[in-house]
Design a binder for this molecule. Sequence first.
Ligand SMILES: Nc1ncnc2c1ncn2[C@@H]1O[C@H](COP(=O)(O)OP(=O)(O)OP(=O)(O)O)[C@@H](O)[C@H]1O
Ligand SMILES: [Mg+2]
Length: 271
Amino acid sequence: MSRIFDAMNRAHGLELVSPARRESPSYDLIPKPSANGFRKLTLTHDPNARTIFRTEPKGVAAEQFRLLRRKLAAQYPQGSSLVVSSPSAGDGKTFSAVNLAWALAEKKLPTLLIECDLRRPSIARFLGCSVVHGMESLASEKVEPEDVVAVIDGLPLYAAMVAKAHTNPVRFFNSVDVKKFFSWARSKFQWLVIDAPPIFPFSDVAELCSFAEGVVLVIRARRTSQELVTKSFEALGDRVRGVILNEATLCLDSYYRYLGRYHVDPNSKDQ
Ligand SMILES: Nc1ncnc2c1ncn2[C@@H]1O[C@H](COP(=O)(O)OP(=O)(O)OP(=O)(O)O)[C@@H](O)[C@H]1O
Ligand SMILES: [Mg+2]
């Protein structure tokens, strides 16, 4: 456990850093949603859609994502690129990535949500939309980066999703097409939020780390195995930039209370 605490303290320290505020750079390269070259996404009212900023924008969960946004925006005033991953399947990575990206865009920060769980794509289901050109088309059809990006009307929220599951993500992530995509994306958007597969048992996350500044680790209260949490911190080392304790309100035992205290810091001046 002490290694977890050490790693979390490192991440905690990073999160509490309050860098001097600088002027935000101009993102003239990003076309305005009303007059951009990107395809517009039509979001349906699918009851299975799980974007809390659409279903419960005034709820506690949306507020928690706004709190996380404030902390990240204070930590990275120029924006950043973050992989959202977790120790195991079903911890809430996609839920967290979609809602974090929405929270950033709600504050008018141009944000690209990138689906990189090629084995189990689900962002389209969360948003309630369909995908025309998926990320996989970058390699299979040699489409240009802008062709796989769509914009949500009225927000600087852009999404690059997967249409068809891919069986060999590692080879895909190592392709020149994907490297070109990420370098294009970094030059165009202030924030990249990358929805990743779990850390175990695949090596996809290690590959994805080369495209990002760090990792936000999602841990689901009472569900994620403590052993896998330990192994995840060991595997990620100082690449952890923050921890989301998903469904934290349900946690009661001391181990998770510790994590909960870490995540929601009532004394932070950056909120
Ligand atoms: N805080 C939450 N409150 C309610 N439902 C949640 C919450 N977090 C996740 N869920 C639900 O739990 C399920 C798993 O969440 P999600 O798909 O985000 O996990 P994941 O870690 O991305 O899974 P996978 O490893 O399969 O990609 C989904 O049905 C999602 O809607
Ligand atoms: Mg997922």
